[in-house]
Write a protein that binds this ligand. Structure first.
Ligand code: ATP
Ligand code: FE
Length: 336
């Protein structure tokens, strides 16, 4: 089975080809235009998708070295995401499926961040069901109980900002360009995580909150800058390390709680923030410390990519779970 997958939910245009559960090509075109605005501008994102989608799909087929006539189905991201961005991928996928007269498969982006763990790799073990998945991305922060491929239950989620947003907004306060998450991570690795303690929010159950942290970072920087105008620049590594340390602690506290409440010790992470060095090592440590089995995606499957859409497409194909041609994109789309 050959699946062509298309992802266009935010600011990355991506296409991938899978042979069964193996990725044979995965092309991601990241839109640079948003950097100068300090965040994703939806209007510009849709235009860039429209410009990029045909070349990106063409590249994916070329690198996979297959002809489009060999494709078994087209999978695409239906949501959640920016409506204008989703419309481009959705319309393109529909047209291509119609033209080639092959099935169309709709995919939930947040399910895909989780099911990316089922992409076949040389040496990776796939999680057994049920397992816990913490999806940490630019728009979401959720702890999900995954009972089966398409049977998922949200146990907790953020009440305000997503964790990726917390990274990006902190970076912005520090004067770093968008997206700041990877930069905070880079500087954090050179700093002292205990130099500047930030308060952790008190949130009930398995829910999260990150807006308070952002505010306390802002006030802290404003206060320190009054006495030392170069405070940010002089302490960048330590500030980043302290912010990252606080965020990782918040995430790990809730994960530990989720494991305790459910008795499930198989723990996976997914979404852009799972590329973060701090969360990756915290999770690895938890294997030895608490006896968990942990699942960490390869870097290229953390941030948005079409390969993860393709693996969901493959599993839906096997179930003959096809979409009809009148399907529409969904900006808000709960995983189940
Ligand atoms: P969603 O998946 O919720 O719809 P999205 O698709 O926009 O949102 P992703 O592409 O999954 O989000 O993740 C992007 C986020 O990941 C950004 O906020 C980015 O800063 C963050 N991120 C990426 N790499 C790192 C890193 N190494 N450390 C911290 N954050 C990171
Ligand atoms: Fe995403």
């Amino acid at each position: 089975i050959y699946i062509l997958a298309i992802e266009s939910s935010c600011d990355d245009t991506s296409a991938a080809v899978l042979r069964n559960d193996k990725v044979i090509s995965n092309v991601v075109s990241t839109q640079k235009i948003h950097e100068e605005y300090g965040g994703v501008v939806p209007e510009l994102a849709s235009r860039a998708h429209q410009q990029n989608i045909v070349p990106v799909v063409h590249q994916a087929l070329l690198r996979a070295n297959i002809d489009k006539k060999q494709l078994s189905a087209i999978a695409f991201t239906r949501g959640p995401g920016l409506m204008g961005s989703l419309l481009v991928g959705t319309s393109f996928a529909k047209s291509l499926a119609l033209g080639l007269d092959i099935p169309l498969i709709d995919v939930n982006h947040m399910q895909a961040h989780i099911l990316a763990h089922f992409i076949a790799e040389e040496k990776n073990t796939k999680p057994e069901f049920p397992f816990l998945a913490m999806t940490i991305s630019g728009g979401h922060t959720q702890i999900v109980r995954v009972n089966d491929f398409f049977d998922m239950e949200i146990l907790g989620e953020t009440l305000d900002d997503a964790v990726g947003e917390a990274f990006d907004k902190s970076a912005k306060i520090l004067g770093l360009p968008y997206p700041g998450g990877p930069l905070v991570d880079k500087f954090a690795q050179l700093g002292n995580p205990k130099k500047f303690p930030f308060p952790k929010p008190k949130v009930d159950g398995l829910n999260f909150s990150f807006s308070g942290l952002k505010t306390s970072i802002l006030y802290f920087i404003q206060r320190e800058t009054k006495t030392n105008p170069n405070f940010k620049e002089e302490n960048l590594n330590d500030i980043c390390a302290s912010i990252q340390y606080t965020i990782i602690n918040i995430l790990m506290d809730k994960l530990k709680k989720a494991v305790k409440e459910t008795g499930i010790r198989r723990v996976a992470i997914g979404g852009g923030v799972s590329a973060n060095s701090g969360i990756r090592s915290a999770l690895k440590n938890a294997e030895k410390k608490y006896g968990w089995s942990t699942y960490i995606p390869k870097f290229e499957y953390c941030t948005d990519n079409a390969a993860m859409i393709g693996i969901v497409g493959y599993h839906k194909y096997k179930q003959k779970a096809f979409a009809s041609q009148d399907i529409t994109a969904k900006a808000r789309y709960i995983i189940q």
